[in-house]
Design a protein around this ligand. Structure first.
Ligand code: FAD
Length: 478
């Protein structure tokens, strides 16, 4: 039996710059690429239906890329440890390798699996494919994890020069003598009711498509990113969050591609956003309780709304708040599984500050509906906006969706696209239809409360209410 290594794919669904794959090839003659679908092991953060949709496409693409190089993906379902043991017995494997995950649930599972397989006499090793730096490598002067982004990123950029991606192998050893595995279709990842048209129209999962997307972004949008990234009607950002989440593209590869184009990653604003991703993983790893609890412990006593909350949450989820920019964002999310970053901040601020609904409820909805749902980035994004996270926007900074709309969607193109019932409203009223005279509403074919909702809250009064709620917890010692 040739020396065999099991390569356990998880959220590293690529061949380029894949350290576990390269180490497996260096181990010896045969590599068995395996994917085990075990959603129960990720509970309570089992991926939502939108993430599963993406996963389906990404696994198909990975299998195809493996086949093009002479290998294939061996697919199983259920208990990961049991399946790894079964495959090891079938193949006579002596090694198991994988790339690390950093969320608390899978970290604990992986530690357990590593110990158990080592107990069976297998050599096990894990690698870093997802991040520029391991969360434990970056520490402040007193050896503690960072809580402030700027200082964290300053520490990271000093070390960026060390990082180099490794290319994908041109060929892989064949795995033709294995018994037939499940297929991607057997995993039942696609919706039974066809609600996924918007996803199909918007995305093509997989490594090849991710690479094309990066090239297109770097060639045409990177130069203007610093200016255009805040305008949701413009395609001014990379839309690489889902490929990054599923590991279809490596952050080290992105860094190298910037360098190849002569861009200085130390000062590049887009690279800095990748820095926020790193920081989010740093926080999740060091403060794992923050998936459900505020990092700023004062917020544990925050007086969230208890009355009417289910109705308000449902209106927010459906994009029926009566506040156009918020509704446009929530509908973009529902249709495409993605929402522009600025709009994410605005809808999150409305939920947590104007509606006084807990950030965890919003984070859960995003988790279920985003193609890029990522425990690190989602938790950090929600805690930041709610004002209870690291480096948080101060609680008293409440986004005003009308002013934000006038500034970042000045022509109303984003609102008109996602809220077509408002399309005929003149620009002057588009961001606050409730201020339009009756004659203008009638001329635009709008009946507030009927064809488009009246606003769910008074923005000014609810802002004051939020500030008063904050005053009540502010004095509690940290
Ligand atoms: P670009 O602007 O092109 O940025 C490049 C990459 O940098 C992104 O793909 C992403 O990986 C990373 N990045 C950018 N902004 C941030 C940020 N603020 N925090 C962390 N990483 C960032 N991002 C997710 O990937 N998954 C989530 O579940 C998620 N939930 C969020 C929830 C809220 C309330 C907020 C405010 C933000 C959230 N973000 C999340 C961060 C950000 O909105 C998305 O990463 C970004 O909109 C993705 O679009 P893009 O790929 O075009 O980004």
């Amino acid at each position: 039996m040739p020396n065999t290594t099991i390569l356990w794919f998880r959220r590293d669904l690529r061949l380029d710059d894949n350290p576990a794959l390269l180490a497996a090839l260096a181990d010896g003659a045969r590599v068995v690429p395996v994917y085990i679908h075990a959603p129960d092991e990720e509970a309570p953060w089992t991926a939502g239906a939108t993430s599963h949709w993406w996963l389906h496409g990404s696994l198909l693409a990975l299998d195809q890329a493996l086949r093009q190089r002479g290998s294939c993906l061996w697919i199983a379902r259920g208990d990961s440890l049991g399946e790894l043991r079964r495959i090891a017995a079938l193949t006579g494997a002596t090694q198991v390798r994988w790339n690390r995950l950093y969320d608390p649930v899978t970290c604990e599972r992986d530690t357990h699996i590593k110990q158990a397989l080592r107990g069976d006499g297998l050599h096990c090793a894990s690698h870093n494919a997802a991040l520029l730096f391991e969360p434990w490598e970056i520490r402040n002067g007193s050896g503690q994890p960072y809580r402030v982004f700027t200082a964290f990123w300053r520490a990271c950029v000093k070390q960026l020069h060390q990082l180099q991606p490794q290319p994908a192998p041109a060929a892989l050893p064949p795995v033709h003598d294995l018994p037939a595995s499940l297929t991607v279709a057997d995993l039942d990842l696609l919706p039974r009711i066809a609600w996924d048209q918007g996803l199909r129209e918007t995305w093509t999962p997989g490594e090849t498509s991710a690479l094309q997307q990066v090239n297109a972004f770097l060639n045409t949008q990177l130069n203007d990113y610093g200016v255009q990234r805040d305008f949701p009607a413009i395609s001014g950002t990379s839309r690489l969050s889902a490929p990054l989440h599923f590991g279809e593209i490596s952050p080290r590869r992105l860094l190298a591609m910037l360098r190849e184009r002569g861009v200085d990653p130390l000062t590049d604003p887009w690279m800095r956003e990748l820095g926020w991703r790193e920081f989010s993983y740093h926080l999740l790893y060091h403060f794992p309780h923050t998936t459900t609890e505020p990092l700023d412990t004062r917020f544990a006593a925050f007086p969230w709304r208890t009355d009417n909350s289910a109705e308000l949450l449902a209106a927010w989820q459906r994009g029926h708040t009566g506040i156009p920019l918020v509704d446009a964002g929530m509908r973009e999310l529902w249709h495409t599984g993605w929402m522009h970053n600025r709009v994410r901040m605005i809808v999150a601020s409305l939920l947590t500050k104007n509606l006084l609904l807990p950030w965890q409820a919003g984070a859960q909805w995003f988790w279920d509906t985003l193609v890029d749902a990522d425990l690190a980035c989602n938790t950090a994004g929600w805690q930041w906006t709610a004002g209870c996270g690291a480096d948080a926007a101060p609680y008293f900074r409440v986004f005003n969706p009308v002013l934000q709309g006038e500034r970042f969607d000045p022509d109303g193109n984003y609102i008109r696209r996602w809220c077509p019932e408002l399309a005929r409203l003149p620009k002057a009223y588009l961001h606050q239809p409730w201020t339009a005279p009756a004659s203008i509403l009638t001329a635009a074919g709008i009946r507030l409360g009927s064809t488009y909702p009246a606003p769910l809250v008074d923005l000014a009064a609810s802002r004051q209410q939020a500030l008063a709620a904050w005053e009540r917890i502010k004095i509690t010692p940290k």
